[in-house]
Design a protein around this ligand. Structure first.
Ligand code: GLY
Length: 371
């Protein structure tokens, strides 16, 4: 297999590196910072294809396929690198604050059951039995089974360790990364670290994917940053058990005693500052759901940049430039989509296949749109 260069050491780039290296490829990863420190660090790690509102059936199928891969993916990484990324798939609770919302949840539950998933509608008393910290607004909830979360910061560390154990070279602090190519195919990558020849290059640069230098114009993806602010509250052990979807946000309890509260969705360019308005809206959502949180300390606030695309689907594809692949634009579902993206891209690099049509560059071409 060709030597592979991956631009971007986030969870998508590292997952592809791990998969390719496990198949015997020689892989280098290039990042301007430490691995998994951008959106991969900022995320909440929710694995929720049935909870997130996804763009369409193709995106739904991709996300569900990726969730099915997660248990094997997480244990392969833990075994290779020795860091457990704390996968937990014990369901996501959706709360309703009034009868109309509860009726919508009941209909959603019935639709999920009809599609072969498991979802249980809970009355208020049952909801409080599952999550005693929820407050007076909560009228009931839907427990969507099989979904959950992974500690994405641990996953980043686990993936970096697993990649290194497979011989992947991770270059950090890289500046001026550009691809070198001739009219037909990629030749290598040039950067502050020098020149490395490569038979295949994967762009996994997240919200910066459109800015990789040296790429022919017809291979540049349309990706923009979509800011998300988050905060963490220190909670006592057992205070909250499930990942909970509440009006105005979501609550994600970690094993280390932090409750993550997310997230805003803002078009703010590359401005990743935390704002008082953003944090106020998250705290309002959290305290409306569980007023007892007001006694606990806020230990961290942060913001990250999701890689958004015009149709909210990622690019997971080959391009007109032979040997150049895109794995970018995963928007709200980058952590979830890592295993499936890695499998698809590794298959493309190995077999030079184009990838599923819904995730190509060509879907935005005039011809594709008028078909
Ligand atoms: N997946 C949740 C978010 O992007 O906020």
């Amino acid at each position: 297999m060709a030597d592979v260069a991956i631009a971007g050491g986030g969870i998508i780039g590292l997952s592809i590196a791990f998969e390719l290296a496990s198949r015997g490829a020689s892989v280098r990863v290039y990042d301007s910072a430490e691995p998994a420190r951008a959106a991969s660090w900022a995320a909440a790690g929710m694995l929720a294809p049935l909870t997130e509102r996804l763009a369409d059936d193709a995106m739904q199928a991709l996300c569900e396929a990726s969730l099915r891969r997660y248990p094997a993916f997480a244990s392969a990484i833990a075994n290779a690198g020795g860091v457990d990324p704390y996968l937990s798939l014990d369901g996501i609770l959706h709360t309703a604050y009034d009868d109309a919302s509860l009726e919508r949840l009941a209909a959603r539950g019935a639709a999920l059951e009809a599609a072969g998933h498991r979802a249980t509608l809970l009355e208020r008393a049952e909801t409080l039995l599952a999550e005693p910290a929820l407050g007076k607004h909560v009228r009931g909830a839907l427990l969507v089974e099989g979904e959950g979360q992974i500690d994405n910061r641990r996953l980043g560390r686990a993936l970096a360790a697993a990649c290194r154990a497979r011989g992947v070279r991770i270059h950090t602090g890289i500046e001026h990364l550009r691809i070198e190519c001739d009219a037909r195919r990629v030749l290598g990558v040039r950067s502050s670290a020098g020149y490395d020849p490569a038979g295949a290059i994967v762009n996994a640069a997240g919200a910066w994917a459109a800015q990789l230098e040296g790429v022919p114009q017809n291979c540049v993806p349309t990706v923009r940053p979509v800011k998300g602010q988050m905060l963490a509250i220190e909670i006592p052990k057992g205070f909250m058990r499930h990942t909970i979807w509440v009006p105005g946000g979501y609550l994600v309890p970690r094993r280390d005693g932090r409750l993550l509260v997310g997230a805003t969705v803002e078009e703010a360019g590359y401005d990743a500052r935390v704002t008082s308005g953003g944090i106020a809206s998250l705290l309002r959502a959290a305290l409306d759901a569980a007023p007892a949180l007001s006694a606990f300390s806020v230990s961290e606030t942060w913001a990250g940049l999701r890689p958004g695309t015009p149709d909210e689907r990622p690019y997971v594809c080959a391009t007109p430039l032979h040997g150049y692949y895109l794995a970018a634009g995963h928007y709200r579902n980058g952590i979830l989509l890592a295993p499936e993206t890695a499998t698809l891209v590794a298959g493309m690099v190995e077999g030079a296949a184009a990838g599923p049509p819904s995730f190509t560059l060509e879907r935005f071409s005039t011809k594709a749109r008028s078909a």
